[in-house]
Each structure stands twice: as C-alpha cells, then as structure tokens.
Design a binder for this molecule. Sequence first.
Ligand code: ZN
Length: 235
Amino acid sequence: MENVQPLHRDVAVANRIIERFGLSNAFGHVSTRIPGTPTFAFPSRRSPGFANENELLVLDTDGNVLSGRGTPNSELWIHARIYALRPDVNAVVHAHPPACVCLTQIGEPHRVVHNQGAGFVDGVAEYDAIGLIRTRALGDALAAALGGRVAVMMRGHGITTVAADVRTATMAACFLEESAGLQLRMLAAAGGDAGRLRAYSREEAERLSDQLSSPIVERAWEYYAAVAECRPLGG
Ligand SMILES: [Zn+2]
C-alpha cells in the first residue's frame, strides 16, 4: 500500500481545503480512485475538515466498504457510480458551496465571466432533482447528468467535480465556486439582467482553457494546501 500513501495524503488535504475555503462545512467529501482498480479511498462520515490520510476507507463501485474503520459518508454513491461510469476519472469532489447553490436556484447556468472560469468552457452540467444522493440509482442519474464534463451543479444542493487527479478536481471545485460568486455579484450589479454580463465568447474562453492544466493547478494547489494545513506563507 506504500505507493498509494501520497494519494491518500492528497485526499486528506483536499478534504481540508474544501472545508477551509468555505465550499463545505460539516458536509462534503473528496475521494480518489485506487489506481487501476474499481475501488476508491473515501473519508468517513465527518466534516471534511477532520479528514486524515491514515483513516480513509476503501470502497468499491457497488458501495461496499472493503477496508477501514467507521461509516462512510452517506452520499458515497456520487463517487461510486461516477468511478463506475467514467474510467477516465480518478478523483471526485462533492461540496455544498453557497454561490453555486445560489446559481442553481435562480435558473442561471454557469457562464465564463472571469479567467479561472474558462476551465469550464465546455459547460457545467445541471442536475435538477433536489435531495441527497443516497442510492445507487441516484448516483447513476447524477453520473449520467455529468456526462463527459468536469462539473455538475446540483439544484439546491451543491456541486460535483471530477478529474484525472485529486489536485485538479479540487482546484476545479474552488475555481467553480469563485466563478459562481463573481457571476452572482455581476448579476446583482447589473440589476439581475444576465444580458448585461460580458460573458466570454467560446473563442475567448478557449484561449484560457488551460486553467485546469497541470502548471496552473500545481501553482494553485501549493497555496490552497498551505492554507488548509495552516502552514505559514511567508519566509
Ligand atoms: Zn451533498
């Protein structure tokens, strides 16, 4: 298991990032696929702020707990069924970030309105059913709504982001909440008239679509991880 330890560490840090940066408080979770398998490392049923790399559970895509102590988070089906349906996905983030939830409830799709939002140039999926994803069938429905995209907004609930690695999926979640927050402020400043937003054209957004590429993700992760782990930024 030695080779998966750095991955487990990233998962623990990612969970603490989504809590520390306000994407989740008591609820929310980040997981990683155990490389090359239909299994994934997942935190137990506590705030993501408590995640510990030595206490992760291992689950399979049928929702069985294969190892570890404790009860998994009840929305484990989000992770299980996305891993089952998306072999390209090695990390899943589920959080309840307030700006994204607000967007889902005013009928506004995500729009690319600032540079970091351009990572979502192919669109953010929308899942309109309310309530928690606590069954296999609901997990399958959410995975179907996500399709081949990076992110799905879940009405009145939150978001799920996916990527080939934990750091990218986590930064995608952070960038998406930042983007939604700016979009809401712009809408408010424009009197609620979405037509006044100077959303990026597809061509403009594509020029910045490297926002979720490795160099940018690593640069952002360095900062977010340091804050989440309460490491001093100076010196
Ligand atoms: Zn949730």
